[in-house]
Design a protein around this ligand. Structure first.
Ligand code: IPE
Ligand code: IPE
Ligand code: MG
Length: 256
């Protein structure tokens, strides 16, 4: 809290000018984002879909800055789903190059901002160059203590749960675990997000009202916020609007 206040008062004042949320209210600790609408943004302009992805990368920079400026703890960005391999090869190839491109231009600023990067998702199917860039970013930023920026890449909520179930079954089979020891905490500890608390707020852009296999287990009590704005058009003010709306909600977790 003090750290956040300090951040807002010291040095980064310019970052918070368009703030519409209550800066004394609760800032969601973990915000997850389904960045959607890049293709339609491009189509509307008669551009190839990859132009939308390129523009979308600029939004990522902007939102990372916006989150950092107000002391969001964790930002998880859905960048590529396990289903996105079904897209045309040139589009997939381009998306697999984006992490390198993003990190090549942004890693310096991310280091200055004390951002810690990590990747969630299945690493096995990723091209070597994509994985290399991500591992390097994870390695370089691993001691940073500011915003944690997770990229969900080749991420699928069901695949994640299947992987956890297999690991747990193996432990039972090996006699290291009794079935009665399986509980929510144990399952959580076998997910990609084992070290990350569940999202407080989920944002999805582009007017689609679905989760598309994102964090199925973790979203159990997350607040959802949708906007028709395409991801490349999504700005800091939209992000802060989502937070303002979040602050007006009552999270009951089943209680009264
Ligand atoms: C989101 O934009 C980016 C990824 C899924 C990789 P889309 O590429 O899904 O854009 P639309 O939904 O086709 O407009
Ligand atoms: C979800 O968007 C995946 C990402 C944003 C990375 P999609 O565009 O793939 O989702 P659907 O196909 O519309 O459900
Ligand atoms: Mg889409």
């Amino acid at each position: 809290m003090l750290e956040r206040l300090g951040k807002m008062l010291g040095g980064k004042q310019e970052d918070t000018t368009s703030t519409t949320f209550d800066d004394k209210g609760v800032i969601p600790h973990h915000i997850a984002v389904i960045m959607d609408g890049n293709g339609r943004w491009a189509k509307k302009r008669n551009l190839p879909r990859i132009a939308g992805h390129h523009q979308g990368m600029k939004t990522v920079k902007e939102i990372v800055r916006a989150a950092d400026a107000i002391g969001v703890g964790i930002l998880t960005m859905y960048a590529f789903s396990t289903e996105n391999w079904k897209r045309p090869k040139d589009e997939v190839d381009y998306l697999m190059k984006l992490p390198q491109e993003f990190l090549a231009t942004e890693l310096k600023e991310l280091m200055e901002r004390n951002v810690r990067i990590s990747m969630i998702g299945s690493r096995e199917e990723l091209p070597e160059h994509t994985l290399k860039a991500l591992l390097e970013a994870e390695q370089k930023t691993k001691n940073n203590t500011g915003l944690q920026l997770n990229f969900a890449l080749n991420y699928g909520g069901r695949v994640e749960i299947v992987k956890a179930m297999k690991e747990i079954a193996d432990l039972v089979k090996a006699g290291e675990l009794k079935p009665e020891q399986i509980d929510e905490e144990l399952i959580s500890s076998h997910l990609y997000t084992r070290e990350i608390p569940d999202p407080d707020l989920l944002i999805r852009t582009s007017g689609e009202i679905r989760v598309s296999n994102f964090m199925l287990w973790q979203l159990a009590y997350t607040e959802f916020w949708f906007t028709d704005v395409f991801w490349p058009d999504f700005k800091r003010e939209h992000f802060y609007q989502a937070i303002a709306d979040y602050q007006r909600r009552a999270r009951r977790y089943g209680a009264v």
